[in-house]
Design a protein around this ligand. Structure first.
Ligand code: AMP
Length: 225
């Protein structure tokens, strides 16, 4: 199964992709994670991307399309892929359709994660993750049980993304509305869009996401191809 999570920064794409990945044996492909790994490794691609990412803009389509093509070719160890943060432009969406068709498969569905605009900046600016296991937290909404200690692995080291500050977040939101939001219409026209309200707590949103995924899955079984 191939599933896309679509939504503005701060909608919870990464968090919910991680949860669905575990529960439904899918492999998460996050272009943001791939680009941050390239930045950390200091590759040429990473050096090019980091300047753009720090401005909150989108890196060129051909770079992210290349990254996704490589991962699709590496195959899935699970039952398919969840794409988190890709596609983000119509050109990327068209490239994805093409890449999948060339591999004899097709996109099963897209979950649009809906959040109120005002909540996004607060959600993003407060978030941080464990430097060791990657568990996600938030200054206001999800603190560690013991201050300064990761609930999952006990590490005391945490990191914040460089682009999770208010100024860059505003540019990222602008990029979303200008370049990514048109994908809602693109996928609606293909009959592939399911929308989920993701304003509530994770415990409430997660079952709704599972339901959306299962609805997409049963539809793709009824009408293969
Ligand atoms: P994310 O982790 O998905 O929020 O992505 C972080 C940053 O990486 C974005 O603000 C962009 O600069 C870049 N990025 C990630 N995915 C894409 C994509 N599909 N197209 C263009 N830029 C991307």
């Amino acid at each position: 199964m191939i599933l896309v999570l679509l939504g503005p920064p701060g909608a919870g794409k990464g968090t919910h992709a991680n949860l669905l990945e575990t529960k439904r044996s899918l492999v998460k492909l996050s272009t943001g994670d791939m680009l941050r790994a390239a930045v950390a490794a200091g590759t040429e691609l990473g050096r090019k991307a980091s300047v753009i990412m720090e401005r909150g803009q989108l890196v060129p389509d051909e770079i992210v399309i290349g990254l996704i093509a490589e991962r699709l070719d590496a195959g899935s160890k699970g039952e398919g892929f969840i794409l988190d943060g890709f596609p983000r432009t119509i050109a990327q969406a068209e490239a994805l359709d093409r890449l999948l068709a060339e591999r004899g498969t097709t996109l099963d569905g897209v979950i649009e994660m809906q959040v109120d605009d005002e909540a996004l900046v607060e959600r993003i600016v407060g978030r941080f993750t464990c430097a060791n296991c990657g568990e996600g937290y938030h200054d206001s909404f999800m603190q560690t049980k013991v201050p300064g200690v990761c609930d999952r692995c006990g590490s005391t080291e945490f990191v914040r993304r460089r682009d999770d500050n208010e100024e860059v977040v505003r540019s990222r939101l602008e990029a979303y509305y200008a370049q990514t939001e048109p994908l809602i219409g693109y996928y609606k026209r293909q009959g592939k869009l399911v929308s989920v309200d993701t304003m509530s707590e994770i415990d409430v949103v997660h079952p709704a996401m599972m339901q959306a995924l299962d609805a997409i899955k049963s539809k793709s079984v009824e009408t293969p191809g």
